[in-house]
Design a protein around this ligand. Structure first.
Ligand SMILES: [Zn+2]
Length: 443
């Protein structure tokens, strides 16, 4: 982690440059909810697409799914979320503040109002958001906003199996929103009530999970390195006996060095046949797999890779953020995003507006649009325009100057090294394609 990076600086940059805003800010904000601005939505979509391509297109045995957020309530009984997905909470009887019982000293005064002995007994508080479906708001109409995307995959196991000619081993990948009524939201978008997950459930023959589990651990760590994340900012954490879910065989988290320290980024978990067995029990439907080679019938084992997309956004920002002294003697703020996830890939800047340079640059920028997300900027000194692009992590700035009008060449300025290279305007698109493909941080 760059020593310069703090959560306050990330939050401030995100607001200033249109990455992330507090939800409903003009009404005072809503805790635990965030809005992604023009740059943030590009960054988030790029990370999502990078993951999706990696997990589906680059493997021959993974297919996609987009399950609905609202599901049959029995799903959450089968998964254990109705009875077990709880935090022990206490309320202050005086000021009505609610706290996680394991995060405060129950013998100390209330941290909000200062009254002593005002706490209720700890009570289990379910983290699932509840709502009602249909016209009647009674117990029979209760549905939940899903607290995880994985169950949508499990309940569609048989549908996918029967409709897409997949054979074991195969995986189902899904990206989507999940909701948890977190009382202790903190650290910006790290833990929020509404978030996005990128999950893949890999179904395999019992016993072969011993090979697939290390395989997927390696694949998932490689993914972050391909995304350009600094290897020193990533590490493994194996779940100890106290952390491991009772049905899980083994579980590892990929942790990232966030500004507030090492925290979970993604889980790779060996879940055995627990989930499908539960759904078979609760639904009464046969969820076994008939092995066409051996004619054996069994419930597959599952290896899960579960990453937070919104948490990935915070990781990308924290990893990319730096403040650097420039040769001119000032300091620039720069986001060293891998070009694949950078919101804007190419900025086109005329050196000055007059003498036909703006017209030339405008046409050039329009020509690049079908290949890259571009940005046109003609206001202010060119050095200040470079700085603005550095701050949102734009990897390439193309400058149109007087020489351009004579020989049809432009200057490409590299964000990381700030080096410049003259390139023929008609070769610009393939030049940038190559540069993106061969990108290495710092160059
Ligand atoms: Zn109180």
């Amino acid at each position: 982690m760059s020593e310069a990076v703090t959560m306050d600086k990330i939050v401030s940059l995100c607001r200033r440059r249109g990455f992330i805003f507090q939800s409903s800010e003009i009404y005072g904000g809503l805790n635990g909810a965030y809005d992604y601005g023009p740059m943030g939505v590009e960054l988030k979509n790029n990370i999502r697409d990078f993951w999706w391509k990696e997990m589906t297109q680059m493997h021959d045995n993974i297919v996609g799914l987009d399950a609905s957020i609202l599901m049959h309530p029995r799903v959450w009984e089968a998964s254990g979320h109705v009875s077990n997905f709880t935090d022990p909470m206490v309320d202050c009887k005086v000021c009505k503040s609610r706290f996680r019982a394991d995060q405060i000293d129950l013998n100390a005064p209330c941290p909000v109002c200062g009254n002593k002995g005002s706490f209720t007994e700890p009570r289990n508080f379910n983290l699932m958001f509840q709502t009602h479906i249909g016209a009647n708001a009674d117990a029979a109409s209760i549905v939940y906003l899903r607290p995880e995307t994985a169950q949508g995959i499990y309940v569609n196991f048989k549908n996918v199996l029967q409709s897409s000619r997949v054979k074991l081993p195969f995986g189902i990948a899904q990206v989507g929103k999940s909701f948890r009524n977190e009382i202790a939201t903190k650290n910006f978008i790290f833990r929020s009530c509404e978030f996005e997950q990128m999950e893949m459930q890999f179904f395999c023959k019992p016993g072969t999970d011993e090979e697939w589990f290390p395989y997927w651990r390696e694949q998932r760590m490689e993914f972050y390195k391909k995304m350009g994340i600094h290897p020193d900012h990533l590490r493994w954490h194996q779940h100890g006996p106290d952390e491991l879910a009772f049905y899980a065989k083994d579980a590892y988290d990929i942790q990232f060095l966030f500004p507030m320290g090492w925290q979970e980024l993604e889980g790779v978990h060996s879940r055995t046949d627990y989930d499908l067995t539960q759904h078979e029990k609760f639904s009464g439907k046969d969820l076994t797999y008939l092995d066409p080679e051996t004619n054996e019938r069994y419930i597959p084992y599952v290896v899960e890779t579960s990453a937070g997309l919104t948490r990935n956004v915070l990781m990308a920002l924290s990893d990319a953020y730096d403040e650097e002294a420039t040769p001119e003697g000032d300091v620039r703020t720069v986001l060293h995003f891998h070009p694949a996830i950078a919101p804007v890939k190419v900025a086109v800047l005329p050196l000055v507006k007059k003498d036909g340079l703006a017209e030339y640059a405008t046409k050039l920028e329009h020509d690049l649009r079908s290949d890259f997300y571009t940005f046109y900027d003609q206001s202010g000194a060119v050095g200040r325009r470079y700085r603005r692009m550095d701050e949102i992590g734009t990897p390439y700035c193309v400058t149109v100057d007087y020489q351009t009008l004579q020989d049809q060449t432009v200057t490409v300025r590299f964000r990381d090294s700030m080096k410049q290279e003259r390139v023929s305007a008609d070769k610009l698109s393939s030049f940038i394609h190559d540069a993106m493909k061969n990108y290495r941080r710092g160059e």
